[in-house]
Every structure is written in C-alpha cells, then in structure tokens.
Design a protein around this ligand. Structure first.
Ligand code: PEP
Length: 253
C-alpha cells in the first residue's frame, strides 16, 4: 500500500526567525499525532533547513526538504546550492521542476533531468513537478504537456531509480490562485501519469509510485482530493504557512 505524503512548500516566505516559530508550532502538534502510514515533509527556504531539520529530528515520519538545487555537486556557481549541501544540512527531499522555477528561471526538462540525477546521486528523494498552464488546458493539450515533462525529465532513469522519485501534478492555473482542480480532473491526470509510468517501467513500479496533487489544497478540499484512487497526498503552498491549516490538511489525508 502506498503511503500518503503531505509536503508543505514555504516558497520565499518566512524569515529564519519566522520559520523557526512556524516549525515550533508544527512540532507542538506533530509530536502528539499518530501519523499512521502518512509522511510529512516541510520544505522551507534553504537558509532555514538546518535549524528546521533539527527540530523535526525526533519525530518519526516528519522530515525537511529543499525547494531546488543545482545540478552539479560543487563548483564555481555563485549563489547556487547543491544537493550535497542540502543533504548535509539535514534535508531528505528536494523539489525539482516547480512551475515557478520553470517559468521564472526558464528551467527546461533536460536541465531538470540533470537535477533529478544530482538529487538521487546524494541518496535524497526528488519531488518532480509537472503540470499544464491555463492556456494548455484550454487548448486541450494537457496530456501532451505532462507527458513530455515526465518523459523528458524522468525517463532517462533506470528502473531501480525511478521508484525513488515522488511525482507531483500541479496544474499551473491552480497554484496560488484559489482555483483547485476538481477531484475528478486531478484523478484523470494522476491515472494518466501512472499509465505512462507503467508503459515505460511496468505496472509494479507504476503502482508503487507516489503521485501528489498540488494547487490550492486547503483544509476544506483536502479530504476529497486525497480520497481519489491515484492521489497519494498533496504538495501544499499557501496553506502550509499557517500551522493550523497545514495540520488540518494532514488530518484530512
Ligand atoms: C505550490 O506552490 O506547490 C502550491 C501548490 O501552491 P498553493 O497550494 O498555494 O496553490
């Protein structure tokens, strides 16, 4: 049985001081919760990772992640952060290919494949994002869009590596807009992604892959989304910045 994962992407919000405070609030709730087969991942800005990862150290199934990394292990790349550094700071997951990075930093599938490799090389777990824009949805090319994001960004991986990746389907039109994909719309794409994986790597690997949904997940819509057959939890943005909302989303899973 696949576990459910709830990941909170803090984006470029919270100073380190504010981040510590939010993490302390989360720790106070999470340390008394029975997570069962759920896992929780907190993904703050790079600067906060070391402090926040140490706060979660004693809590089973709660860990820290990073929002991006460079594709090289080290080098003369001013301003960049490598997966090796992220690992040493205490994080276990790295988001790769978030739509905001695809859009504002012009990250393409080829670069993202190299980033996925860099994360896996460090023994960390990539959370690889895909999703169509509003124009792509309206033009009916959303299957093609996610299909090329997945095949170009991931299908170079060997079968023993793809199983270590978490996928996140995040329709761009639903991120931070308050518009959520309906559970049926999300399920349609999740099932499509699982089929795509089955075609490339076989049914067993596909059935075991975790596929998260992201895009305006809130306490009010989480249970319905997470109740769909192929939705294995959520990548949460805005609602991850308020401890009570994030905890309510975890409880909905
Ligand atoms: C995200 O940033 O990955 C996200 C899904 O944001 P939001 O929940 O705010 O739509």
């Amino acid at each position: 049985m696949r576990s459910k994962i709830i990941a909170g992407n803090w984006k470029m919000y919270t100073t380190p001081t504010e981040g510590d405070k939010l993490a302390d609030e989360l720790v106070a709730s999470l340390k008394n919760m029975d997570l069962g087969n759920k896992k929780v991942i907190i993904i703050p800005p790079f600067l906060h990772i070391r402090s926040i990862a140490s706060k979660f150290q004693g809590i089973a199934d709660v860990s820290a992640g990073a929002q991006n990394c460079h594709q090289e292990t080290e080098g003369a790349f001013t301003g960049e952060i490598s997966a090796k550094m992220i690992k040493d700071a205490g994080a276990e997951y790295v988001i790769i290919g978030h739509s905001e990075r695809r859009q504002y930093n012009h990250e393409d599938n080829e670069l993202l494949y190299n980033k996925v490799r860099a994360v896996l090389d460090q023994g960390l777990t990539p959370i690889y994002c895909c999703g169509e824009t509003l124009v792509q949805r309206e033009n009916g090319i959303y299957f093609e869009t996610v299909s090329s994001q997945i095949s170009e960004g991931l299908f170079g991986l060997m079968p023993d590596m793809i199983g270590k990746v978490i996928l996140a389907y995040e329709p761009v039109w639903a991120i931070g807009t308050g518009k959520t994909a309906s559970p049926e719309q999300a399920q349609e794409i999740h099932a499509f992604l699982r089929n795509l994986l089955a075609g490339q790597y076989g049914k067993e690997i596909a059935d075991n892959m975790i596929i998260l949904y992201g895009g305006s997940v809130k306490p009010a819509n989480a249970a319905e989304l997470f109740g769909m057959k192929d939705i294995d939890g959520g990548l949460v943005g805005g609602a991850a910045l308020k401890a009570s909302d994030f905890i309510a989303i975890i409880q909905a899973a």
